[in-house]
Ligand binder design. Structure first.
Ligand SMILES: Cc1ncc(C[n+]2csc(CCOP(=O)(O)OP(=O)(O)O)c2C)c(N)n1
Length: 378
């Protein structure tokens, strides 16, 4: 295993001290290190992997220094455009180090949304003509890998990737990230929202632990999962999935269970909601100010007034709740008023250690959901 300190020291030898990205649990230890970094390290949490590539480009042009863009391999999809049309050696030729967590690595058990990307990560880098080194807990020659990466970046003025396998970094023993102070747990907030629903709505829940909590709650209630669409990958896309449903079935209430990280990733979708104004769309953000599903790294939502953004992009109403009492008061009107409506619920970071994962397949989820949507409204 590689310690965070050893990785930092090796990176420092090559002046790689500027980091930006969207988190991945594959290297959550390194992200804990970056949460309270040494004074010579600058760390920027961005909302979308595409932004990390762009940020590195601006940074390089202004400082002549190379930065490190980190991401889960799912985020490589978001990064492809600026990698091919901005940093590429045939366009602006910007050197940068990519640190990519390898979910769905062939031979390793992982969730369905990671399988394809896990399989094509290395071929995709080959297609992008980005050379790479794979780093794992067995890696012994980290100095050589850094040297090779930096030689390439300097000589070709182009990106180089380090592919990080699960278990590469040793547990981090330094200061841990602090959680927020909001009193309501996300799981309790989810339960409360479900209890206020009529039962004939469609729910689209976002990637990560929100979907897992909703799934388990349905099990606890001995209800079927057919009223829920659990978005397992495609972080930030739940609002648009819900909008598609809301437009196709204007009489059905469609409720989005969104989160801060996912909302920030595709804020542009809100302008579409505002412009086309589906009255049956009800958008709820469970905002814990962290990317909790990948290790509770801080998101930038603390500084974001989601309600003001919703109103500014054309939502009909935007309300907020900071505790259970406010949530109980807010929900009836939020759900009854014609939308599109936004409800921001501030929740504490964290979740149950024994939280399970969906036992049904993605295909079963989709089939059940489609069958539910094809029945006449109760
Ligand atoms: C494009 C993309 N980038 C990164 C990830 C990895 N990822 C999965 S869940 C998650 C955290 C999402 O945070 P948030 O939406 O705030 O929900 P929370 O986990 O806090 O409930 C991340 C970063 C991903 N799935 N897709």
């Amino acid at each position: 295993m590689i310690t965070c300190e050893a990785f930092y020291q090796e990176a420092k030898k090559h002046d790689l001290l500027f980091y930006a990205g969207v988190p991945d649990s594959t290297f959550k230890e390194w992200l804990q290190f970056l949460a309270n970094p040494p004074s010579d390290v600058q760390h920027i949490a961005v909302s979308n992997e595409c932004d990390a590539i762009a940020l590195m480009s601006g940074y390089y042009m202004a400082s002549h220094r190379i930065g490190v863009a980190y991401m889960q391999n799912s985020g490589l999809g978001n990064a492809v455009n600026p990698l091919t049309s901005l940093a590429d050696k045939e366009v602006y030729a910007v050197p940068m180090l990519l640190m990519i967590g390898w979910r769905g690595m062939p031979g390793m058990k992982d969730e369905p949304q990671h399988k394809k990307m896990g399989r094509i990560t290395l071929p995709m880098l080959d297609t992008l003509e980005i050379p790479y080194s794979v780093i794992s807990e067995k890696t012994q020659d980290l100095p050589n890998i850094f040297q090779k990466a930096c030689d390439w970046m300097q000589q070709k003025s182009a990106p180089y990737a380090m592919i990080i396998e699960h278990g590469t970094f040793a547990p981090y023993t330094g200061a841990q990230a602090t959680s927020n102070q909001w009193p309501l747990s996300r799981e309790d907030a989810i339960k409360l929202v479900v209890s206020f629903l009529q039962g004939n709505e469609a729910i689209v829940s976002t990637t990560g632990k929100i979907s897992r909590e909703l799934y388990e709650y349905r099990d606890a209630l001995q209800q079927s999962h057919s009223k829920d669409f659990y978005t397992v990958g495609s972080l930030g896309c739940s609002v648009s999935i819900a909008m598609g449903i809301a437009l196709a079935q204007p009489k059905r209430q469609v409720v989005v269970f969104d989160a801060d990280g996912s909302a920030l990733m595709h804020l542009g979708s809100w302008a579409t909601v505002g412009a086309y104004h589906p009255q049956n769309l009800k958008h709820i953000i469970f905002d814990n100010e962290t990317y909790e599903s990948t290790g509770a790294q801080a998101s930038n939502s603390k500084n974001v007034q989601f309600n003001k953004i919703a109103l500014a992009t054309g939502y009909a109403h935007a309300v907020e709740a900071y505790n259970e009492e406010q949530l109980r008061k807010t929900l009836p009107e939020f759900l009854a008023q014609p939308g599109p409506n936004l409800l921001l619920i501030k929740v504490k970071s964290g979740s149950r250690a024994n939280l399970g994962r969906p036992k049904t397949t993605t295909f079963e989820n989709k089939e059940g959901f489609m069958q539910y949507l094809s029945q006449p409204l109760a």
